[in-house]
Design a protein around this ligand. Structure first.
Ligand SMILES: O=C([O-])CC(=O)C(=O)O
Ligand SMILES: [Mg+2]
Length: 574
């Protein structure tokens, strides 16, 4: 298969398979849109009905069928089946109306799709590498089918969205994230590889489900788990030296440990930690432009001190330092709350990600608290009087009226980002947040919400989702030849995102969103990619290239959902 010149619609692809094998290959299949010439060339006569359809006709028909289905879960399943049959058609369906389709192919529908993955799974996609396969990972990866892979999303299903351990059912997420790499970042689907590292599960409902598709075993942990990951990473690195290895939805401590271990050795990043941090940082920058307290005056409470919470604190602190604060002063601005309450020095079980943000052991000595050994969110809120409250806890409804309302009394524009996903796990509903703060809060959520009305105005709800960042990062790696993902590049992504914010001219009469709309995610991915490549060049982790050349390469790399004419490669098998 040759690369195509996207600017010339007629550039053809050299195809080395034919007949039924061609129809069974989702990245090449056109269904009944193969024309007479191609039916001749590839031996498709008889395998397809006589009428030759266009992509547009296929899209219209599919959209009508999808519209007739009872709900978005049914649409998710149907779309995934289309994707497994014909990827071009799948992306053409969701093209043009990303805002409408994202909640169906991704969050929140994907939450239920993961819970029920064993029951809706029909065809193989990507790779399931189970612990029982250890010792032969390199062999499995060696299949020529994967020769063109440039971006891998890998999960062990340990902490899917806000819904916890889903074992092998977590495969829904690598598949979904890679769909967004293509839909938003223009990644050629032939270069995408979703991987589920099946190390067992501790989810008893799954272990007891006779239909469970995964390796029926308690989750492997500790040194055995790390050795399995090490074998996987070494095999990936040897097979694809320039691949982007994206980790997703590992449990918090595994996520931080693995990222720390490998990020200096290869181009690898963790989306929950770094992607979420970059989008949150970009959104906070935008909120500050819209009237939130300036960075130097921010006090930030983060409820949920796992990978995402720690990643957000880390990147925000780096931004504060970049703007002139000392590292010590910056760290003290954060109040992280985990299962054991406010994270303080000397606490048992503190993770490496939490340690820099531990408050002094006696921080609460002058506060009124019920149990000094466990300082709660409500107690922190009452005593710290934060300007920003961020939820990464997975605990639906944790931000109650009593937690939130006092913020409005203390700051003109409190910032509240309730990021947990899917909808049942969100810390507070946007409508409530606005009402409890008399419409003054600058709010954001992790998933999609319809605009909410407050005092006669309709207010869009910003989706502070890492899909504003990772598609652009992937594009940067593929086009820019990036070899390491640095914090500087994440900050550059955050600034690029804030640069597109509609919020700069915000006033009370004309409330504007913090982030550009989801329908602009392609534009956002381009801006993020540009910024990440420029920063990578400045840091010496990407080859130098003139901005014009980068721009041209970015445009040329973007895959679009249309059928290209096929020619027979020399080696076509019939
Ligand atoms: O997937 C999303 O929508 C955001 C995310 O990474 C998570 O919640 O784990
Ligand atoms: Mg995630």
């Amino acid at each position: 298969m040759s690369d195509t010149d996207q600017s010339i619609g007629t550039t053809s692809l050299q195809i080395a398979v034919a007949g039924r094998e061609l129809l069974d290959c989702p990245v090449l299949n056109k269904g009944n849109a193969f024309d007479a010439r191609e039916r001749d060339l590839f031996g498709l006569h008889g395998l397809l009905p006589a009428r030759v359809a266009t992509l547009e006709e296929q899209v219209d028909l599919a959209r009508a069928r999808l519209a007739a289905l009872p709900d978005n879960f049914a649409r998710h399943i149907a779309l995934r089946e289309i994707q497994d049959r014909n990827e071009t058609l799948f992306y053409a369906i969701i093209d043009q109306a990303l805002e409408a389709w994202l909640p169906i192919i991704y969050t929140p529908a994907i939450g239920r799709a993961c819970r029920e993955f064993s029951h809706i799974w029909t065809r193989p996609r990507g790779l399931f590498l189970s612990y029982a396969d250890r010792g032969r990972i390199a062999e499995i990866l060696s299949h020529p089918r994967w020769d063109n892979v440039r971006v891998i999303v890998a999960s062990d299903g340990g902490s899917i969205l806000g819904i916890g351990d889903q074992g092998a059912n977590g495969m829904g997420i690598p598949i979904g994230k890679l769909s967004l790499y293509t839909a938003c970042g223009g990644l050629d689907p032939a270069r995408a590889l979703p991987i589920l590292l099946d190390v067992g599960t501790d989810n008893t409902a799954l272990l007891e489900d006779p239909e469970y598709i995964g390796w029926r075993h308690a989750r492997v942990r500790g040194a055995d788990y790390d050795a399995f990951i090490a074998e996987f990473v070494a095999a990936v690195d040897a097979r694809w030296p320039n691949v982007a290895l994206h980790w997703e939805d590992l449990s918090g401590t595994d996520a931080l440990r693995i990222l720390g271990r490998y990020r200096t050795r290869m181009c690898t990043y963790n989306d929950d930690i770094q992607g979420t941090a970059a989008v949150t940082t970009g959104a906070l920058l935008a909120a500050i432009r819209a009237g939130a307290a300036p960075l130097a005056a921010q006090r930030i409470v983060i409820f949920g001190a796992g990978g995402a919470g720690c990643g957000i604190a880390d990147l925000l602190a780096q931004m504060m330092v970049a703007e002139g604060m000392t590292a010590e002063d910056a760290r003290r601005r954060f109040f992280m709350i985990d299962i054991d309450g406010l994270v303080r020095e000397g606490m048992a079980g503190m993770t490496d990600g939490q340690r820099p943000f531990a408050q002094p052991a006696d921080v609460a000595s002058g506060w009124k608290v019920a149990d000094p050994a466990h300082v709660t969110l409500a107690e922190v809120m009452a005593n710290v009087r934060p300007t920003t409250l961020i939820g990464t806890s997975g605990q639906g409804g944790a931000f109650t009226h009593d937690i939130v309302a006092p913020m409005a009394a203390q700051s003109a524009r409190p910032v509240i980002f309730a990021l947990s996903n899917p909808t049942a796990n969100i810390e507070a509903m946007p409508q409530d947040l606005l009402e409890w703060t008399q419409g003054r809060a600058l709010i954001g959520t992790g998933g999609p919400f319809a605009p909410v009305s407050y005092a006669g105005t309709s207010r869009p709800v910003d989706q502070i989702n890492n899909s504003y960042v990772f598609p652009g990062v992937g594009l940067a790696v593929v086009v820019g030849g990036i070899t390491r993902m640095t914090d500087g590049m994440l900050l550059a992504a955050a600034h690029a995102l804030a640069g597109l914010s509609p919020a700069a001219g915000h006033d009370d009469a004309h409330p504007a969103p913090l982030l550009p709309p989801v329908s602009d995610l392609r534009l956002v991915a381009m801006a993020v990619a540009r910024a990440v490549i420029a920063q990578g060049q400045a840091e010496g982790v990407a080859p130098q290239a003139a901005p014009d050349a980068v721009e041209a390469a970015l445009k040329a790399a973007v895959w679009t959902a249309r059928y290209r004419p096929y020619e027979k490669a020399e080696t076509t098998r019939k």
